[in-house]
Design a protein around this ligand. Structure first.
Ligand SMILES: Cc1ncc(COP(=O)(O)O)c(C=O)c1O
Length: 485
């Protein structure tokens, strides 16, 4: 049975169910598999014609032991997770004439219109599946820069086994994203608006990390996390890389490039894992906005955080990319001691300088760019005007702009897939800016669910960031108490 270790090496290996339900490892590390399953080229060839659900079944079967989830159960969990997607292919991949061989992989056809739906539905369905078997319940605690919260809230809505708490920094997400959390009519979903977060979602992550470090509280509230520290999220996020690859290559074996708008490095880690498993990827472009922690580490080997800047691609306004620890774990040759030391240095001094060997390893097969708001907006405008009115959301635009900036690094024959991580309807302010619009939005910048939410009553708790830990304990304890009455 494939087991999961902590990147810090301080806990005994656990099975898939435990890794999913715990979220964080008890030593504060992140779960990683003890061995990476390899996919032979012949297998890739066999998989190349599969539909999304069947491909996901094959890939996840390499990580999840049948004694934990049987084949029939896995098929049903996957079906229930992807049947809510609007597009028959789940993830359509469309050519974009801006460069020969450039494609956009649309990851936003799920229920909350962002790529977070790709893995969240399956993760929450797994949590529910495990808890129903144990006749147990959890409180899921989620911090969001705008898209994880809606995806978690939507996936959890109405589930008897789950209370879902979604925390978001006031004024730092779009109104549309906020409404996706506050208008859900589900008594088990609790939206929490947090006032005064100078570091945006990172401030919320800090509170969550502290709550998870309190073993007593964790037990009392049956705390668990579905942020992308949860192993299940990054594992499911491998699937769209395989699927996208098969849609664009002429022959299986051809090496391609993926460009990924990146914040916490969860999506990109999924790609990296896919490559470790055998997917022929030449280069990953790590596309940052002005919050360029990842671009700095790829270009200089310095892993340091700086103050948060608010940008038009707000979902990637992140200065601590916590999934990067998973990457560093593998890049350092699975060295638990280094990870423990670096995590502690990062916490104490706000950064670490990687040793030359790891810094060299980190760059292998990765390149990066930092794209400012002006470049993001002008990319959205150019694509709309010159390529048939195609609308990129600001995050997809960061990925496309990064390819433009780095295009001399790839051969003109190399196929490039840019990941479109959100539907443009979630970001009307940026769309208006790009298209210089005062009047109505084009149809492609609207979505029926976003329009419907405009008329609904909003419900949320509102706390100051300085009081958050205390206020949240209190609220969560009273909800948990009411459940047992
Ligand atoms: C629209 C969008 N694009 C990109 C990202 C970045 O993904 P990750 O944090 O996994 O790097 C996020 C979330 O953080 C997002 O919501």
């Amino acid at each position: 049975m494939l087991r999961f270790l902590s990147t810090k090496g301080g806990v005994a290996p656990v099975d898939f169910e435990t890794a999913v339900l715990q979220g964080y490892a008890a030593d504060g590390g992140l779960f990683v598999p003890e061995a990476i399953p390899r996919v032979a080229p012949e297998k890739l060839q066999q998989w190349s014609g599969l539909n999304f659900e069947d491909l996901a079944f094959e890939i996840l079967s390499l990580f999840i032991d049948r004694s934990i989830i049987s084949a029939d159960e896995l098929k049903l969990l996957l079906h229930n997770s992807f049947k809510t997607f609007e597009h028959p292919q789940v993830v359509p991949v469309v050519p974009l004439g801006i460069r020969r061989g450039l494609h956009v992989m649309e990851l936003f056809h799920g229920p909350t219109l962002s790529f977070k739906d790709m893995a969240m539905g399956f993760l929450v369905n797994c949590v529910d599946f495990f808890l129903q078997k144990k006749d147990s319940q959890v409180s899921l605690l989620v911090a969001t820069t705008g898209d994880t919260g809606p995806a978690a809230a939507h996936a959890s809505a109405g589930k008897q086994t789950i209370d879902c708490w979604v925390l978001y920094p006031r004024g730092m997400i779009s109104e549309e994203q906020e409404r996706q959390m506050t208008t859900l009519e589900a008594p088990n979903v609790h939206a929490v608006r947090v006032n005064g977060c100078p570091n945006g979602g990172d401030d919320l992550d800090l509170v969550i990390t502290q709550m998870f470090a309190d073993e007593g509280l964790k037990k009392r509230l049956q705390l668990s996390s579905v942020n992308s520290i949860n192993w299940c999220r990054v594992m499911v996020q491998t699937v769209h890389y395989f699927f996208g690859y098969f849609r664009v290559v002429d022959t299986v074996g051809e090496r391609i490039v993926f460009s990924v708008p990146s914040g916490a490095f969860g999506n990109l880690f999924g790609g990296y894992l896919a490559r470790m498993m055998g997917l022929p990827v030449e280069t990953f472009v790590c596309a940052n906005n002005d919050n360029a922690t990842l671009h700095r580490v790829f270009s200089s080997g310095k892993f340091t955080k700086k103050d948060l800047k608010q940008t038009v691609s707000s979902a990637i306004d992140i200065v601590i990319p916590y999934n990067f620890w998973r990457y560093l774990y593998f890049a350092s040759g699975c060295d638990h001691n280094k990870i423990r030391q670096w995590m502690s240095d990062f916490q104490d001094h706000g950064g670490v300088q990687l040793d030359p060997h790891t810094a060299g390893e980190v760059k292998k097969g990765f390149t990066s760019a930092s794209i400012n708001d002006e470049q993001t907006i002008s990319t959205m405008a150019t694509v709309y005007k010159n390529y048939g009115g195609y609308l990129l959301d600001p995050h997809a635009a960061v990925a496309v702009a990064a390819v433009g900036k780095l295009s001399s690094e790839f051969s003109p024959d190399t196929k490039v897939v840019c990941l479109a991580t959100a539907h443009p309807a979630k970001f009307p302010v940026a769309i208006r800016k790009a298209l210089a619009l005062d009047g109505p939005l084009p149809e492609g910048a609207k979505h029926k669910s976003i329009e419907a939410a405009k008329d609904l009553f909003q419900r949320c708790r509102s706390y100051d960031c300085t009081q958050l830990t205390h206020a949240l304990h209190h609220a969560m304890e009273s909800v948990a108490k009411m459940r047992t009455m």
